[in-house]
Design a protein around this ligand. Structure first.
Ligand code: P6P
Length: 336
């Protein structure tokens, strides 16, 4: 069968009027940066890119060398193209303006340059997550407030997963499409058209070591899954936890499942563990486009109006039947 490249896919999407030239260029540039990140990650100790920098980021996490490298690759790849008005990164406290010598475009790009980087030094899959918004005022220089838009406003979102294969998974609001990097030829091939999440699943992903901190609805839901066919669900379930959101969400998108990082007694003060603008929103957009659901326990994640750039949120996403059950348990708790 003739191979379709990412570039050809994007050209045909633009020809069909489903994305404009600037958004096409944006995705191409992100894909180019992702290829550079994939090569750098694959070198590991060979290029001495493992280990920590000793510097804390805005999240209070000690940055890995590859966190910094991936962040720089994405910023440098995107600053000169003329398609962006500004950028925001998990690794940088303030928004990143476009250098004055370059023209500004109409899009805002947000990203977690290397999600799950605690897995890097032990050679477990990690990823890059990105979200695209429109600059609300093309005449004004963007501020943090320009980025504080609900997830429903996203023009596109996606992630790269650096696993046995490097894959790019993308939505521009017309379904979810997957591409696999052919390293020898150096380009992404369209391999997964219209990815969909099965309505039902028998697989869940949660960090079970936090069980003692969970709220009652989550505790009830997980205990029922663990009870399996001896409990109210009447069938057995399987558990997976990679501790890399991109890996756990990619598995969920690929074969169904439910991923939970709920509000708990440990993360309640921060509002949750995962970040809304460049982790939860892009993943929620993809999951809904694939026929799944994404909530914070009670509300649709995409409808949350952000208050701060690095705001955190509880995340429960995946196969709709399971996500709706978790929502029902929260509503029953609220009504009791
Ligand atoms: P825990 C990685 O640090 C991350 O932000 C997500 O990629 C992942 O789902 C989660 O945190 C893992 O958290 O508490 O299990 O280490």
């Amino acid at each position: 069968m003739r191979r379709v490249s990412l570039s050809q896919f994007l050209i045909e999407e633009q020809r069909a009027g489903r994305l404009d030239a600037d958004l096409r260029l944006l995705v191409e540039v992100v894909a180019r940066a992702v290829k550079a990140i994939a090569v750098t990650i694959s070198k590991g100790k060979l290029w001495d890119v493992h280990g920590e920098t000793g510097v804390e980021n805005v999240q209070g996490e000690v940055q890995k060398k590859l966190d910094v490298i991936a962040n720089e690759l994405l910023l440098q790849a995107n600053e000169w193209g003329g398609h962006l008005a500004a950028m925001a990164s998990e690794e940088v406290e303030e928004i990143c303006q476009i250098p004055f010598e370059y023209p500004r475009g109409g899009y805002l790009l947000l990203f977690d340059p290397l999600d799950g980087s605690s897995n890097i030094d032990v050679n477990i899959s990690v990823g890059t997550i990105f979200s695209v918004l429109r600059n609300p005022d093309r005449e004004a220089i963007p501020t943090e407030a320009s980025f504080l838009q609900p997830g429903t406003a996203q023009a596109a979102s996606g992630y790269a997963i650096y696993g046995p294969a490097t894959q790019l998974v993308l939505t521009t609001g017309n379904g979810v499409h997957g591409f696999t990097l052919d390293r020898e030829f150096g380009y992404f091939v369209y391999t997964h058209p219209f990815m969909t999440i099965p309505y039902q699943t028998s697989e869940f992903a949660i960090n079970a070591s936090n069980m003692r901190f969970w709220e009652p609805p989550v505790r009830r839901y997980i205990e029922e899954l663990i009870a399996g066919k001896d409990g109210p669900r009447g069938r057995d379930f399987n558990m997976r936890w990679v501790a890399s959101m991109v890996s756990d969400v990619h598995r969920t998108l690929s074969r169904g499942g439910i991923f939970l990082y709920p509000l708990d007694a440990k993360n309640r003060a921060q509002g949750g563990k995962l970040r809304l603008l460049y982790e939860a929103n892009p993943m929620a957009f993809l999951v809904e486009q694939a026929g799944g659901a994404a909530i914070d326990g009670r509300r649709r994640i995409l409808e949350i109006v952000p208050q701060r750039l690095h705001q955190r949120v509880p995340v429960i996403l995946g196969s709709t039947e399971e996500v709706e059950r978790v929502r029902a348990y929260h509503e029953a708790e609220d009504a009791s």
